[in-house]
Design a protein around this ligand. Structure first.
Ligand code: ADP
Ligand code: MG
Length: 564
């Protein structure tokens, strides 16, 4: 079997040769303390970097089994290790020639701890997957630099980050326990008839729209539950925690502008994921099926039954199978809701800042002026209670601009200088005079089956060509899927996995019979049973787990999609 020495020797030998000479180093090498796999060698110094893995046997890595003996703990440990490996890479990664020469990087998590395939801990080994820019000057191999990277820098990174004895044990333990507590908390919500929980002392505001780390400074107000909504939970590690429980039903978040309403809702949106220790949202959890809903004018809608919200369109357009290449604010918001319901959402999160006004409200005076028959929209206010009573779907709604919603709210929370108050009784005492419209039942939603021929990941001579740009764009064959309004997609590695999952769905499950929900459920089952690697035709380390809602969102936004 080839050793570290063989690899280093080979690298020195190919110094000065054409870049293609690197191809000969692909393979497996036994180092004294780990095994290195060079899985893929890049074609030139400017192309995507080479893909490598190291495996440290568990006998040597020596993680106590309590740090990974259930999924929650394991994901906490893997997240910690990916971050530790990433930090070690930053110290060793350097420019060593042209293009990506010298790069060493791993796909580490951001504030959300989401299971990813960059780091895998098993009872047998710890495996890190990473990329390297094999160094060149122009297109000539810099073999001595490569020998230094693979011979010295890499063992240094591995030694620093992947061995238990060299880790920051207390911090590692915090990752493990924080992640387990968050999962335990979320798992208890349903039994308590809650859809979300925010622990007292949580820090909700973020540094900026593009910086997801917690806001800091003396002006930051930690979260404090109103007495009437305070509940407590017993968690496996931290013990008892108290905070605000948001009950199932219809909850309004009201309050003046700039008093922290959207910040609260944003924290609830992210509460479907777990967070790093120190994030401030470690114990902010939301039902894992909660979906943020917003208006998204311009989106493509393919054969969606939006009739609960919109019917009698001018010129008799069918709203039981509504299609548009350029949906309006209200039709896009209706489609977003119906698609989420079809996928099993049990809670909807809506912020007036990003909702279509005519979809949300129609007040008494407008009812008096424009006859019901002349208004195709049944506003959300007339459906929100039915959603709960008839379909078990809760809604949390930020609304500072319309008191009509008091009539249909089970709970009203007022944000006052970032402090929530329960104002349910006061709000209900204020009488309204609005007439409900739109009938007594929400009604059924028609299922949709994607038509195979309407999905095509090919481009040019390639049968499959998909790529992603950041978190919110997928290049699917010749089509671009715009996910910028899919706000609970939070990690570019989720987007990469979703792009692969779309191809997988097209390859295996989309047959003209299976509904969108069935196709998505099968993909989710494959990922659950076989892991993320099942989505990709080659071994890689840059995928993260996604929810069915975000995968469905991508399929539903494919502009060529047609349904039966
Ligand atoms: P609203 O939606 O009520 O208009 P936002 O949630 O947008 O208000 O918050 C307004 C500003 O206040 C934001 O810049 C936000 O970062 C800040 N903020 C929100 N919550 C807190 C808090 N708990 N402590 C300090 N600043 C906060
Ligand atoms: Mg706001």
């Amino acid at each position: 079997m080839a050793s570290r020495k063989d690899l280093i020797q080979k690298l020195h030998q190919i110094d000065g040769r054409g870049y293609k000479a690197y191809k000969s180093v692909a393979g497996r090498y036994e180092y004294p303390i780990f095994t290195l796999f060079i899985d893929y060698v890049q074609g030139d110094p400017y192309a995507s970097p080479s893909r490598l893995r190291v495996r440290v046997p568990q006998q040597r890595a020596a993680y106590p089994s309590q740090t990974y003996d259930n999924r929650s703990r394991r994901v906490g440990l893997e997240s910690y290790l990916a971050i530790a490996f990433d930090h070690a890479c930053r110290d060793e990664s350097a420019r060593r020639g042209s293009g990506k020469s010298g790069l060493i990087a791993i796909d580490a998590p951001g504030q959300q701890l989401i299971e990813r395939n960059a780091l895998n801990v098993t009872p047998e080994y710890v495996e890190a997957r990473f990329v390297m820019g094999l160094p060149a000057r122009g297109r000539k191999v810099l073999g001595h630099q490569a020998a230094e990277m693979l011979g010295d820098a890499l063992p240094h990174i591995v030694a620093q980050s992947l061995f238990y004895e060299n880790n920051d044990a207390p911090l590692l333990q915090r990752y493990v326990e924080t992640n387990e507590d968050a999962d335990a908390l979320r798992a208890q919500l349903a039994d308590r008839n809650l859809i979300a929980f925010i622990a007292d002392g949580s820090i909700l505001p973020r540094r900026s729209g593009i910086d997801d780390r917690p806001l800091s400074g003396s002006h930051v107000v930690p979260f404090q539950s109103p007495e009437s909504l305070r509940v407590s939970f017993d968690l496996p590690n931290v013990g008892r925690v108290g905070g605000m429980g948001l009950p199932a039903g219809v909850t309004l978040i009201v309050g003046g502008g700039f008093h922290g309403k959207s910040t609260l809702l944003n924290a609830l949106e992210r509460g479907v994921y777990n967070h790093r220790p120190g994030d401030g949202r470690e114990r902010v959890v939301t039902d894992h099926t909660a979906v943020k809903i917003r208006a998204e004018d311009g989106r493509r809608v393919a054969g969606v039954d939006i009739s609960p919200f919109i019917d009698n369109l001018p010129f008799g357009q069918d709203t039981r199978a509504f299609s548009s290449d350029n949906a309006s604010g209200s039709t896009s918001q209706a489609a977003n809701i119906v698609e989420a319901l079809a996928q099993g959402a049990q809670a909807l999160l809506i912020d007036e800042d990003t909702a279509a006004t005519n979809f949300m409200i129609r007040d008494r005076r407008m009812q008096a002026l424009i006859a019901r028959e002349k208004e195709p929209i049944t506003p959300f206010i007339d459906r929100v209670q039915q959603l709960h009573r008839q379909r078990g779907v809760s809604t949390i709604l930020v609304i500072g601009g319309s008191g009509d919603y008091f009539d249909v709210a089970d709970h009203v929370i007022a944000m006052d200088t970032y402090v929530p108050r329960d104002v349910t009784q006061e709000a209900h005492a204020i009488g309204g005079d609005r007439q409900a419209e739109g009938g007594d039942t929400f009604g059924d939603i028609r299922a949709r089956a994607p038509i195979p021929g309407s999905i095509d990941p090919s481009k040019g001579r390639r049968r499959v060509r998909v790529r992603t740009h950041g978190c919110h764009t997928i290049q699917f064959g010749t089509e671009t899927i715009d996910l910028s309004a899919v706000e609970q997609l939070v990690d570019g590695s989720q987007t990469r996995a979703i792009a692969e999952a779309l191809v997988h769905a097209w390859d295996h499950y989309i047959d003209g019979q299976c509904t969108v929900a069935q196709v998505i459920d099968r993909i989710m089952a494959d990922v659950e049973n076989e892991g993320l690697d099942t989505l990709s035709p080659f071994l890689r380390g840059d995928l993260a787990v996604f929810r069915p809602f975000e995968l469905a969102a991508a399929l539903n936004r494919l502009r060529t999609l047609e349904v039966e």
